[in-house]
Design a protein around this ligand. Structure first.
Ligand code: SAM
Length: 232
């Protein structure tokens, strides 16, 4: 008797809003509706997103702390022919969040990976910074302790525009360290992009430090820093 060969499903990398829910794309809504299952970083958070758009679908958890266990299970489902949509808490999965590991695993298993593009904090910040966008480097979050100094020293030589993510708790320290290592360069500190309290502070690193020292630092941040113009 002929054996039925199952065609593997597709892993969709679905971008979701970074704050403003109007930024969801029509395709993201359709894929989230039609996928057999949604793998989410925070099932509660994604549950609220789906509820807002009146989408009923199953959500399973895939995050940094369960990726070793959850990843192979998701691959098994894909190999069985299920289509899976991956979402992160916000923005584009895989950019400073664990979806990258799942994509790598999927590719190792010859599974088709397809992007459903949309918002990402890094591009949103870059395009409103007024700093050159033709060449830039994304450095994610700077290390908190180990290798921080080395990473900063390497950045001092970088002649492309530099994009960093930072938490409100470390913003001041990072602005100070950047000024000390890179010099008093231009910066655009982008806070709460697309949200009610969106703020883009375009100044020098020193001025940005003074400004944020004078208030309580809240929200999510992307820093866009001028590259080194005097490269040897
Ligand atoms: N995958 C996401 C993306 O595509 O932007 C990034 C995930 S990373 C874990 C979260 C970080 O992105 C935050 O700590 C902050 O630095 C930045 N971020 C996310 N949303 C933001 C927003 N609305 N405004 C400014 N920065 C934001």
């Amino acid at each position: 008797m002929a054996e039925t060969v199952k065609t593997a499903g597709v892993l969709y990398i679905v971008s979701t809003p970074i704050g403003n829910l109007e930024d969801i794309t029509l395709r993201a809504l359709r894929v989230l509706k039609e996928a057999d299952i949604i793998a989410a970083e925070d099932t509660r958070h994604t549950g609220l997103l789906l509820k807002h758009f009146d989408i009923k679908n199953r959500i399973v958890s895939y995050h940094d702390h369960n990726k070793e266990r959850s990843g192979p299970r998701l691959i098994e489902r894909l190999l069985q022919g299920e289509n899976i949509a991956v979402v992160s808490d916000a923005g584009t999965p895989g950019i400073s969040d664990p979806a990258f590991y799942l994509v790598r695993l999927a590719k190792e298993n010859s599974i088709t990976v397809s992007p459903v593009p949309g918002p990402s904090a890094l591009i949103s910040g870059l395009v409103v910074s007024g700093l050159p966008t033709d060449r830039f480097v994304f450095e994610g979050f700077l290390p908190v302790k180990k290798n921080r100094k080395t990473r900063l020293n390497n950045l001092a030589e970088e002649d492309r525009t530099i994009v960093l993510y930072e938490s409100p708790y470390r913003l001041l320290k990072t602005l100070k360290d950047l000024k000390e290592t890179l010099g008093n360069r231009k910066v655009a500190v982008c806070r709460e992009l697309t949200k009610k309290f969106e703020e883009i502070v375009s100044s020098t690193l020193d001025e940005a430090f003074q400004y944020f020292s004078s208030k309580s630092v809240r929200g999510e941040f992307v820093l866009i820093i001028q590259g080194n113009k005097i490269k040897k």
